[in-house]
Design a protein around this ligand. Structure first.
Ligand code: GDP
Ligand code: K
Ligand code: MG
Length: 301
C-alpha cells in the first residue's frame, strides 16, 4: 500500500435517539465504548471512534442526537451534534424502519438540507432485521424522494449486516489523507470516561423512565494495584431526587448489586484485568438544570 492512496477523514453520525447509532459504532469498532440502551438520550456527548484498516482511517463521531433541548444538558447535546456535522467530511444519517417520516426525522432532514451538495450524506436504514423486503423497498423509496442522500444503505447493526458495504461506501467519499491516530487506537476517550459510560449503561438498562435521564457518574478512583493485575475503582452515581436514590439502591441493595456486578464484568473485559468496583449513590437535586453541575459531570468543552 503506497501512502498516496491512503484515505482518511471524519464521519459525523447523526440521527434521532434510539435508532442504533451507538450499536453501529460499537459494531464497527468491536468494543463497547458508547453506552447502549433502549432508552433515548443514552449518548450525551460526542465520542470519537477510530476505524483503521489497510487503506483508510475513518474517524467517527457519535453524536448525542438532534432534538429540541429541554434543559441545560439538552442545550449542550444539541450544540455538540451541530458542531460535529460542520466539521465532517461525510455525514451519516441513521434512521430505523419506521414507515413514515415523523416530526423528529423531518427536523433532522431540514438541518441536513443545509449541507446538501457541500458534504456527502449517507443514509443508513437500520434494524432491517425487523422487517420484510417489500417493506424495506417502500422505506428506501420514501427517503429517496427527499433527494439529499448520496447513498441509501440498509443495515442491521445488531446482526452486523451491511456494515462492510457501509464502510466501502464511505471510502468513496473520503479524500486521500494521513493517519491521524496510531492504528491500534480506537477512541480518544480515556479509561475513566469509558468506565463511567459502562456504569451509566447498566443503570439505564435496569431502571425505567424517570430515573435514568437524571443519572450521572463520577469516577473518584481508578488505580491499578502495585505489581498486580487488579484495578480498584470507586464511582459515585448521582441522581436528581431522594426517591430515585432508593430506587437505584433497591430492596436490600439488590438493584445496585446487579448494576455493579454487570458493570464490573464489562470493565474487566475492557481493562483485561480483575476489577474491584465500589459504587455509592448520591443525590444532586435537579442537576440537569444546574449549569455548574452539568459541567462538573463532564458535559463541557
Ligand atoms: P442510539 O440512541 O441511536 O445510540 O441507539 P442505541 O445504539 O443505544 O440503540 C437503541 C436500541 O435499539 C437498543 O435497544 C439496541 O439494541 C437496538 N438496536 C440497535 N440496532 C439494532 C438493529 O440492527 N436491530 C434491532 N432489532 N435493534 C437494534
Ligand atoms: K439510546
Ligand atoms: Mg447512542
Amino acid at each position: 500500500m503506497t501512502e498516496n492512496n491512503f484515505k482518511s477523514g471524519y464521519v459525523s453520525v447523526v440521527g434521532r435517539p434510539n435508532v442504533g447509532k451507538s450499536t453501529l459504532l460499537n459494531a464497527i469498532i468491536g468494543e463497547k465504548i458508547s453506552a447502549i440502551s433502549s432508552k433515548p438520550q443514552t449518548t450525551r456527548q460526542n465520542i470519537t471512534f477510530i476505524h483503521t484498516d489497510c487503506n483508510s482511517q475513518i474517524i467517527f463521531l457519535d453524536t448525542p442526537g438532534i432534538q429540541r433541548p429541554k434543559n441545560k444538558l439538552g442545550e449542550f447535546m444539541l450544540t455538540e451534534s451541530k458542531e460535529s456535522i460542520e466539521d465532517a467530511d461525510v455525514i451519516t444519517y441513521i434512521v430505523d424502519t419506521s414507515k413514515r417520516i415523523g416530526k423528529a426525522e423531518r427536523s433532522i432532514i431540514d438541518i441536513l438540507k443545509e449541507y446538501e451538495g457541500k458534504i456527502p450524506i449517507v443514509l443508513l436504514i437500520n434494524k432491517v432485521d425487523t422487517i420484510k423486503k417489500d417493506e424495506l423497498l417502500e422505506i428506501i423509496s420514501m427517503y429517496a424522494k427527499e433527494e439529499i442522500f448520496n447513498e441509501i444503505i440498509p443495515i442491521s447493526a445488531i446482526k452486523n449486516d451491511g456494515i462492510d458495504i457501509y464502510l466501502e461506501a464511505l471510502k468513496k467519499y473520503l479524500k486521500p489523507g494521513p493517519m491521524y491516530y496510531p492504528d491500534d487506537m480506537i477512541t480518544d476517550k480515556n479509561e475513566r470516561f469509558i468506565v463511567s459510560e459502562i456504569i451509566r449503561e447498566k443503570g439505564l438498562k435496569y431502571l425505567n423512565e424517570e430515573v435514568p435521564h437524571g443519572l450521572a457518574i463520577s469516577i473518584e478512583k481508578l488505580k491499578k494495584r502495585e505489581g498486580k493485575n487488579i484495578y480498584d475503582i470507586e464511582a459515585n452515581i448521582f441522581v436528581e431526587r431522594d426517591s430515585h436514590k432508593g430506587i437505584l439502591i433497591g430492596k436490600g441493595g439488590s438493584m445496585l448489586k446487579t448494576i455493579g456486578t454487570e458493570a464490573r464484568e464489562d470493565i474487566e473485559k475492557l481493562l483485561d484485568a480483575k476489577v474491584n468496583l465500589q459504587i455509592w449513590v448520591k443525590v444532586e437535586k435537579n442537576w440537569r438544570e444546574r449549569e455548574n453541575l452539568v459541567k462538573r459531570f463532564g458535559y463541557d468543552k
